[in-house]
Design a protein. Structure first.
Length: 248
């Protein structure tokens, strides 16, 4: 089991990371809380993102606030973590972790229509409008945007989110749009059990020719931002999955 996945008592993580919790958020019994087992990610999330009070025991430990890590499964993909290019830049540039081709949306539409009418002709008209079970989903899947992997995950305080934006040059020079306009990475997306919080960009190519993205090319940027909650907000749901986990 990797060091990230193993569960240890809080007191053991205190020893390994060189910190001491002096006021655990929401727990009156400090001794009982120190016996609670959790992963390193959970421990750091509680320490960094809550009102836990702590102080370092050693000089080598620096508490984390926000940043990037390599997502599970991409350890050997030579992933470069996002970074800013200039001192006043707001966005961290993300790179593609593998070479991918994004076909034009028009080509996808043609394939979609061709596939649909081939089914219709086999069944006869006008009953053709009633597609067989599962056929509509199969044909519609042709129109889905292309996911470009980054191999990166992000951690941040609970009152922040990472907003994913397109590069300004992508629509103008490469005819690439983000299918969801702006991606939102919530704090609890980090290290989720489904995909470990892996960040991907959804692209649509509205040009006439396929666009080839090479491994290591910059594809988009991420900006950390705080968000506000409305009066009476009582959301208490827990994330159980990764991409699209809250979609009903």
């Amino acid at each position: 089991m990797s060091n990230e996945a193993k569960e240890l008592p809080v007191w053991k993580w205190e020893e390994e990371l060189g910190v001491e919790i002096i006021d655990p958020d929401g727990f009156r019994d400090l001794a009982l809380w120190r016996d609670t087992c959790m992963t390193r990610a959970d421990f750091e999330r509680r320490v960094v993102r809550s009102t836990c009070k702590f102080h370092p025991r050693t000089e080598h430990y620096t508490p984390r606030t926000r940043g990037f890590e390599i997502a599970r499964g991409f350890e050997n993909h030579e992933v470069n973590l996002p970074k800013r290019e200039t001192k006043n830049a707001a966005g961290y540039d993300f790179e593609a972790t593998e070479t991918v081709t994004i076909p034009p949306i028009w080509m996808k539409m043609f394939q979609h229509i061709t596939s649909m009418f081939s089914v219709l002709n086999l069944r006869g008209y006008p009953k053709a409008l009633e597609l067989p079970e599962g056929e509509q989903e199969r044909i519609a899947s042709v129109m889905k945007p292309t996911l470009v992997k980054t191999g990166v995950k992000a951690y941040m305080p609970e009152d922040e989110a990472l907003f994913l934006y397109n590069r300004s040059s992508n629509p103008l020079k490469r005819f690439l749009l983000l299918a969801n306009s702006v991606g939102i990475i919530d704090a609890d997306y980090y290290s989720n059990p489904d995909n470990d919080g892996h960040i991907m960009f959804q692209f649509i190519n509205f040009g006439l020719f396929p666009v080839h993205i090479k491994k290591g090319e910059r594809i988009g940027q991420g900006v950390f931002q705080k968000y506000l909650k409305a009066d009476g907000d009582v959301a208490e749901g827990e994330r159980k999955g990764g991409h699209g986990s809250t979609d009903k």
